[in-house]
Design a protein. Structure first.
Ligand SMILES: [Fe+2]
Length: 242
């Protein structure tokens, strides 16, 4: 399994707070059967200003510690980018932390995009259209936890039609975020509009890096082929290794 969304890079957002916690979380991910972890710290203007240069620097430190600890796992990084008009500047100066390097000719780049939890801001579609015109495909993080979408699930449809991908959080599928989120997660899954499942891991107790339980549930409900797509094949495409 490949985890394309987690907050294991220590000390730069509300995820792992120090190197010890980060390495413990990474070992938990490996023990769960995760073979590739993409570290996606929050890039939230005014709150967590983790621009590409910051993440690159912290990633190098973390990678060295992982090698020293002897944890066998593939690592890469991107960011969970909070929706903001300032994203446009980062596109222009090629400093948006995408899943693979800078824009490559004839190749799509993927970006993890987070709406505010409370709502979908007006104008989101315009920003998304612009990103897609620049060959950047937004992957909308955990739509099943957005309060607007919990009230009106169909509000996600225009974004799917525009070409966005959708990422569910594993814990939503297994009920760890409550019944409402689980119902919406399972509804979106049944509609076949979900592209990828990720842990969005932040810490050991409440939000651990575990995918296996959600994978088992998806297999039970929709079969092995769907589980393979959501936990392996589509993540590989996103990280440019398909
Ligand atoms: Fe996240």
């Amino acid at each position: 399994m490949i985890d394309i969304h987690c907050h294991l890079l220590p000390g730069i957002d509300d995820g792992a707070q120090d190197m010890d916690e980060a390495l413990t979380l990474l070992q938990m991910a490996v023990d769960d059967g995760i073979t590739h972890v993409v570290l996606t710290p929050h890039l939230h203007f005014g709150r967590f200003e983790n621009f590409k240069s910051v993440i690159e620097r912290e990633f190098a430190i973390f990678e060295a510690a992982v090698i020293e600890r002897g944890i066998k796992v593939k690592l890469s990084f991107a960011a969970e980018v909070r929706l903001d008009a300032l994203i446009l500047q980062l596109v222009d100066n090629h400093s948006l932390p995408l899943y693979i390097g800078q824009a490559q000719i004839c190749r799509k780049n993927y970006m993890l995009l987070e709406f505010p939890h409370s709502h979908i801001p007006p104008g989101s579609d315009m920003l998304i259209k612009y990103l897609i015109s620049q060959n950047i495909i937004p992957i909308i993080a955990h739509p099943e936890r957005n309060r607007d979408l919990l009230k009106s699930p169909n509000k996600i449809k225009p974004f799917v039609r525009l070409g966005c991908m959708l990422q569910l959080t594993a814990g939503s599928i297994t009920g760890k975020f409550g019944e409402q989120c689980q119902v919406l997660a399972l509804d979106y899954l049944a509609q076949g509009i979900i592209d990828v499942v990720a842990t969005d891991a932040h810490n050991i107790k409440r939000r651990p890096p575990v995918l296996s339980e959600a994978r088992a549930k998806v297999t039970e409900l929709h079969g092995e082929a769907t589980a393979q797509s959501l936990f392996h094949t589509n993540p590989l495409l996103i990280i440019g290794q398909a």
